[in-house]
Design a protein around this ligand. Structure first.
Ligand code: SF4
Ligand code: SF4
Length: 344
């Protein structure tokens, strides 16, 4: 293993240099919670967090994004819009990076999503190894502890100093240009390896899905007609929070608006979610998933079956955000899959 070492002071200077030269987004603390936000000072960056409120997905797939601008007078003009400028994302945990890697694959296949891909090309990602897990996390069950790709640099706190692994030539260049570092000594690598080997036990013991990832799809398929879907969905508010908070959910709705001058307008997309009542409603008024139980079940099948077939792994990284935001406490994948497994 090859790594560089940054002291905490040198890491701060590195981040400050990045802020001086471009847009930097990092994890900050807000009212005792953590959120990705634009960094004005390196000292605002927090790397020893458990989980952020929203995943960093919003920087590669904004909640609202203009796709086309048009005007109809004096003549019809249509212009494609791609809102993408360079930025650096610091402090991404491996499970959130795995989610971005999945989105990359999904937006790239068949019809390439130019807006997503251009924005993604502009992103420099500096990932960080978690030092703690939220009480809802189950990333150990979802093979989301380690990522090999997707990051330019990967930081690991090895006790007062950071080990930096280089993921891309761009990351290497960035480090050489903006940071003061030294080569890792054998003792540093040993420390890094011991931290890494302890990671699978970081999620709490009761946050474990009692099945291997490839078995989870079969568990769902066997119990497609289980009463669990109906029973849990009875308490569902159809608020869509479990979708909107999720790092792997990428459904969107496309809308148009015309300015008050009745000449100019735009087409934009906004996040959508399959738990929302109108998600599967079409122009004629027909709703393909009118019942809450159908929508509730669909979310699980979408992630653990339909997308799992495309990605060869479930589209869930075990961040636990859906469980933490669900007021009636019904959305938790750990409870749902373990309960289904116990069913006859
Ligand atoms: S389904 Fe829940 S736990 Fe899985 S990635 Fe989405 S928010 Fe995280
Ligand atoms: S499962 Fe929970 S978070 Fe999801 S829509 Fe229903 S009530 Fe909202």
């Amino acid at each position: 293993m090859n790594a560089k070492i940054l002291t905490k002071e040198n890491l701060l200077s590195f981040v400050q240099n990045l802020i001086k030269t471009g847009e930097v987004v990092g994890v900050t603390k807000k009212d005792g919670k953590f959120a990705f936000d634009h960094l004005k000072r390196a000292s605002d960056l927090v790397l020893d967090y458990d989980v952020t409120l929203l995943p960093p997905k919003k920087y590669v797939m904004p909640q609202r994004e203009t796709l086309i601008k048009f005007n109809v007078k004096p003549e019809v003009k249509v212009e494609a819009v791609v809102e993408a400028t360079p930025f650096t994302l610091i402090g991404v945990h491996p499970y959130d990076l795995k989610a971005i890697n999945q989105l990359d694959r999904l937006f790239e296949e068949n019809h390439v999503d130019t807006n997503y891909m251009k924005r993604r090309e502009q992103a420099t990602i500096i990932a960080v190894t978690p030092t703690r897990a939220s009480k809802w996390s189950f990333w150990s069950s979802m093979n989301s502890i380690f990522v090999e790709t997707g990051f330019d640099l990967l930081l690991t706190d090895i006790g007062g100093r950071y080990a930096v692994e280089i993921g891309t030539a761009h990351g290497d260049e960035l480090l050489k240009k903006h940071a003061k570092f030294e080569e890792a000594a054998p003792a540093d690598i040993e420390k890094l390896e011991s931290i890494r080997s302890a990671l699978p036990k970081m999620c709490s013991a009761d946050r474990k899905i009692n099945a291997l990832t490839h078995e989870m799809t079969a568990i769902l398929e066997i119990h497609r007609k289980s009463e669990l879907w109906e029973k849990r969905a009875e308490k569902c508010y159809s608020c869509g929070s479990c979708n909107l908070i999720c790092p792997t959910c990428y459904c969107f709705d496309v809308k148009e608006e015309i300015d008050l001058n009745l000449k100019d307008g735009s087409r934009y997309r906004v996040w959508d979610g399959c738990l929302l009542e109108d998600f599967a409603k079409i122009g004629s008024g027909e709703n393909f998933r009118e019942k809450r139980a159908d929508r509730f079940r669909h979310r699980f099948f979408r992630k653990w079956s339909y997308l799992a077939a495309k990605l060869t792994e479930p589209a869930c990284v075990g961040c636990g955000r859906c469980s933490s935001v669900c007021l009636p406490d019904i959305a938790d994948p750990v409870k749902v899959i373990n309960e289904l497994k116990e069913e006859k």
